[in-house]
Design a protein around this ligand. Structure first.
Ligand SMILES: [Zn+2]
Ligand SMILES: [Zn+2]
Length: 112
């Protein structure tokens, strides 16, 4: 069986996690950092727009087993980080964000 490719970077998707599960994790992180509820909702709406894509992939999310995954975790967090940047999240927090998710997903590093 061949791994499905990320439609954004063309790398195989090794940790398929769907946008819903990603949004949940991002939500928790924002909540943990004491962002205002309104801001959290706005950020999540923007991130959703960025990361949601129609998928022809047959790779199911490893967390919920309910959604197909077309974009790899690296690309999703990269896009999410750019949204956070647009919302004026400072570099210190951005690094924290990327470190946590890097660590969880086993990626070497992000280059924003
Ligand atoms: Zn990718
Ligand atoms: Zn999922």
């Amino acid at each position: 069986m061949i791994d499905d490719m990320c439609i954004s970077c063309s790398e195989p998707i090794t940790n398929p996690i769907c946008y819903r599960c990603f949004l949940k994790q991002i939500h928790l992180w924002l909540y943990d950092k004491n962002f205002e509820k309104d801001v959290i909702n706005e950020i999540l709406r923007e991130v959703r727009k960025e990361v949601f894509v129609d998928s022809l992939s047959e790779t199911c999310c490893i967390l919920c087993d309910d959604e197909y995954v077309a974009v790899c975790s690296y690309c999703v967090f990269f896009r999410a980080a750019n949204v956070l940047k647009r919302f004026g999240v400072n570099n210190e927090l951005l690094e924290d964000f990327l470190e946590i998710f890097n660590y969880q997903l086993g990626h070497a590093s992000y280059h924003l």
